[in-house]
Each structure stands twice: as structure tokens, then as C-alpha cells.
Design a protein around this ligand. Structure first.
Ligand code: ADP
Length: 403
């Protein structure tokens, strides 16, 4: 939040072009405000507002609040007046606040004043909620006050999150349906030549078992077996070429932007289970050539597995970390570390096989598909158990695949 205060005259610079500070010039106060009636009108006006309104003095102390601000924050006016604004800011915003103020004093550049911003406010009970904040600057008789209007965005955000979650669920279901349909079609296509092969080999065995076996009949059955095996091979070849055609959707991309795109989804997933998800992404990481959607699918899948692994863990272990680095082998390395139970070494070989799952509602396809996507990109996907418990699933991607 920027609720900066300063004496007028300490900064004589004009606002930059294009900025529209909500500044009331000295001497331009509302007519009648000084009168008793005017003050009562002003109070009524403040208290009728649905938005929370606060006025901050030059030291960042609260000098006026309206009723909406009181009920929004859970404090009474008495508890707020004369107190520092930091009291109602999230820790993160309270830290930023000083930076913003410093910057404002140095450069005169406004980060919220006259612009508006979404910030996190803190209620008396410690809970944090999103607000849309707009701040106006008032200069009068050599003093500066800041007037903040806060709109509670909790309901709006919840609706947004639900919509996003719903969309993700739909995407997930449609992916599963597509996969299920593809698997059913494949099974059907391959089943026919396979049962033909079984029939012809049984016939061959019968013919050979008979003493008077007719070699021409055996040859004819073997030819049929051969043709059916080729037919099954053709089905597999068509599936492979279908998968390869996806390589056309590869393009140069930075892993940072690729991950930033799915970050809201991943955070939503983690937040729903009260899990902290940290990202350590160096913005200077080099580009890779990748099928963005597929790699995003891999990352989301590993994050989701991490979330599942620590869902039941105590609060201090409900953390996930996603790191992207460049390894000594000049490969990009993405690692997702959880603090869950880790993985039993006896399962190491089976983990990546299709349909292996230890979850009651799991499908067991995530790691198998993820590994095949990464291998097709020229990388490696694996995991290790960590000494302090938990597992790290990591994958590499070549930085210069054409080399
Ligand atoms: P699913 O999630 O549907 O079970 P996956 O192929 O993604 O399918 O995972 C297979 C199995 O690997 C999981 O059921 C789980 O037993 C194990 N696993 C995956 N990730 C982790 C993890 N981070 N920690 C512990 N076990 C894991």
C-alpha cells in the first residue's frame, strides 16, 4: 500500500506527464466544510459510503475512518485513530510501503496515488483479504493528507477463483476423456490383429501336432500371422506419427514465462489445501524450444503430486518449492521439492509405468505421460528422496536442442 505522507514543499517536482493525482490544491476546500453543519454533512457522507475510507496524516497515522472501514477491518474507530497504517496492512505490503514511500519522496512518482491498486489488508483477527485501493492526496495549509478508499474484493476474488478452478476441472476432465477415448480406440484397433494372430498360431500348432501336417497350410497360416502383425505395427506407427505431429507446436520460450502462465492455477491448487508454494525462477534463464502446453502439463502434474503428498502433513511441512536453474551440463533443470513422506525405494521402477497409482482416485498416468513428454523433448525426468524427508521430482530440458 502506498499511504505516503510528507510536508508539501519538500518536493517541488511536478507529477510526470500522464499522471492524474487526485490532489486538491490549497485553498480549494469544499465550501462550508469548516462550519459545524458542513462537518456533520461530511461525516454523514463518509459513513454513507459503502467503501472503506481512511485519512492518513503526515506520519502515516490514521486520523479519520468511516464505518465501512471499521466493519471491513473489525476494529472500532477508537482502536484505529492515531495508530500507524502498518497495523492494517499485510506483512508483505507493510514492507513494500516503506519502499514506495521512499521512492515517492525521491522521484515524486506515484505508485498508487491517483492510479489505484489491488493490495492485501489485514483484519483485527489477523486474516488477510484483497482490497482495491485508490488514494487521493490532499494539500492544505502546508500539510499533506492522504485519503484512501478501500473496496473489499473478497467475494469478487472468490468468484474468480471458483471460475478458474471450474475451468481447470473442465480441462482436466476433457483431457481424461480424450485420453480414455484414445485408449479405447487403440485397444480396439490393436485387439483385432492380435486375436487374429492368436487364432492363426493356434491353427499352426494344431497342424504341426498332426502327423500328417500339411506344410502348405502351415505356410498359409504363417503368412496370415505375418500380415496381422504388420497391421498391428501399422496402428502403432499411426499413433507415433500423430504424437510426432505435436512437435510442430514447439517454439522458443523462456521457462519463466511458461511457468508464470500456470502460476495462478498452481497457486490455487496449493492454496485450496493450505500449502505454501514458492517459486525460485531466475528471469535471466535462457530460452528453450518446447511444446509449451505439454511442459506446462508436466509442471502442473508434478506440483499436483507434491500437493497430494503433503496434504496430510503438519503445517510446518506443507511447503512446495519449484526451482529452475541451469545445470553444469548446460541443461535447464526444473525441480519440485515437497516435504511429504518421500517414495519407497521398492516402488522406484514402477512409479513411471502407466496405471501405477497408490491413490484411491488416482489414474497413475501422470508420471508416465510426463516422462514421455520430457523424453520426446530430449530431456530426462526422475526423482530423488531428500535427507530431510520428502521427494524432489526434477526434469531437464536441452537449452539448444538443435545442437
Ligand atoms: P497418480 O497421481 O494418478 O497416482 P502419477 O503417475 O502422477 O499418478 O503418480 C504415480 C504414483 O507416484 C502416485 O500414486 C504416488 O504413489 C507416487 N508419487 C508421485 N509423486 C509423488 C510425491 N511427490 N511424493 C510421494 N509419492 C509420489
Amino acid at each position: 500500500m502506498v499511504w505516503a505522507t510528507r510536508k508539501s514543499g519538500t518536493d517541488t517536482r511536478s507529477p510526470a506527464l500522464g499522471e492524474h493525482p487526485a490532489t486538491v490544491p490549497a485553498g480549494a476546500s469544499n465550501a462550508g466544510l469548516d462550519s459545524e453543519l458542513g462537518a456533520a454533512e461530511f461525516d454523514a457522507l463518509l459513513n454513507a459510503a459503502i467503501d472503506g475510507i481512511m485519512v492518513i496524516d503526515e506520519q502515516g497515522l490514521i486520523v479519520r475512518v468511516n464505518r465501512s472501514a471499521e466493519s471491513m477491518l473489525g476494529y472500532s474507530a477508537e482502536q484505529l485513530l492515531g495508530r500507524s497504517l502498518n497495523m492494517i496492512m499485510s506483512d508483505e505490503d507493510a514492507g513494500r510501503h516503506d519502499n514506495y514511500v521512499g521512492q515517492y519522496l525521491r522521484t515524486g512518482r506515484r505508485r498508487i496515488i491517483g492510479i489505484g491498486r489491488e493490495v492485501l489488508a489485514r483484519r483485527k483477527d489477523g486474516s488477510v483479504f484483497p482490497v482495491s485501493l485508490s488514494v487521493g492526496e490532499v494539500r492544505l495549509k502546508g500539510e499533506i493528507r492522504f485519503v484512501g478508499l478501500m473496496r473489499d474484493l473478497t467475494a469478487e476474488k472468490q468468484a474468480e477463483e471458483e471460475a478458474l478452478h471450474h475451468r481447470e476441472e473442465m480441462m482436466h476432465v476433457s483431457r481424461l476423456t480424450t485420453m480414455g477415448e484414445m485408449a479405447a480406440a487403440m485397444a480396439h484397433e490393436i485387439n483385432q490383429p492380435l486375436s487374429a494372430i492368436a487364432t492363426y498360431t493356434a491353427a499352426c500348432l494344431r497342424l504341426i501336432a498332426r502327423d500328417e501336417s500339411n506344410i502348405t497350410e502351415v505356410v498359409s497360416a504363417l503368412e496370415s500371422i505375418n500380415a496381422q502383425a504388420h497391421r498391428a505395427g501399422e496402428v502403432i506407427r499411426r499413433i507415433r506419427s500423430f504424437t510426432r505431429s505435436r512437435e510442430l507446436s514447439r517454439r522458443p520460450v523462456t521457462i519463466t514465462s511458461l511457468i508464470e502462465e500456470i502460476r495462478p492455477l498452481a497457486e490455487l491448487d496449493a492454496k485450496a489445501s493450505s500449502i505454501r508454494l514458492d517459486f525460485s525462477l531466475d528471469p535471466s534463464l535462457p530460452e528453450i524450444v518446447a511444446d509449451v502446453v505439454q511442459i506446462q502439463q508436466v509442471v502442473l502434474n508434478l506440483i499436483r503430486n507434491g500437493v497430494d503428498a503433503i496434504r496430510e502433513s503438519p503445517a510446518e511441512r506443507r511447503k512446495l518449492l519449484l526451482e529452475a536453474t541451469v545445470g553444469t551440463d548446460s541443461q535447464l533443470r526444473i525441480a519440485i521439492t515437497d516435504q511429504g513422506p518421500g517414495i519407497d525405494e521398492s516402488l522406484r521402477d514402477r512409479l513411471f509405468t502407466p496405471f501405477f497409482t497408490t491413490k484411491s482416485t488416482g489414474m497413475g498416468m501422470g508420471l508416465a505421460i510426463s516422462r514421455s513428454i520430457i523424453t520426446a523433448h530430449g530431456g530426462t525426468l526422475d526423482f530423488r528422496n531428500n535427507v530431510d524427508g520428502g521427494a524432489t521430482f526434477w526434469f531437464t530440458l536441452p537449452i539448444h536442442p538443435e545442437e
